[in-house]
Design a protein around this ligand. Sequence first.
Ligand code: FMN
Length: 124
Amino acid sequence: MAKFLLVSGSPRSGNTELILKKIFEALPKEKELILLRQKNINHCKGCLSCDKLKKCVQRDDMQAIYPKMQAADVLIIGSPNYFDNVSGLMKDFIDRTNPFYKTDKLKNKKAFFVVVGGGEVENS
Ligand SMILES: Cc1cc2nc3c(=O)[nH]c(=O)nc-3n(C[C@H](O)[C@H](O)[C@H](O)COP(=O)(O)O)c2cc1C
């Protein structure tokens, strides 16, 4: 059976989390929802040690998330739209996946993105 890993990049318990929780509830048994707001994830320091080592030298909660990403068949990534981009939390998470870059460790996984936005459109 497929394993699902859901990751919320909202710094609050808001709309992104609500949607991911609804998706989570509807999925079969093998699943995990990670709330980045509850994790300690440093900024990427840009040392590029991961280019050579294919792993990150920083010791924080990302170390437990890397194997979960590899074990999952389906990644469901959610972020609020912040200034037409992902949230800072999500950007840090994405940057910290650089050890996977140019490897086949996430190859053939399915990925889905949930983006939540709001606010008024002005001057359109
Ligand atoms: C700093 C900041 C920037 C935002 N920028 C945008 C934006 O560019 N476009 C948009 O549609 N909504 C924008 N929003 C609104 C959020 O995307 C919206 O409130 C979303 O529901 C927040 O997600 P959450 O409830 O999961 O925290 C912004 C909100 C914040 C706090």
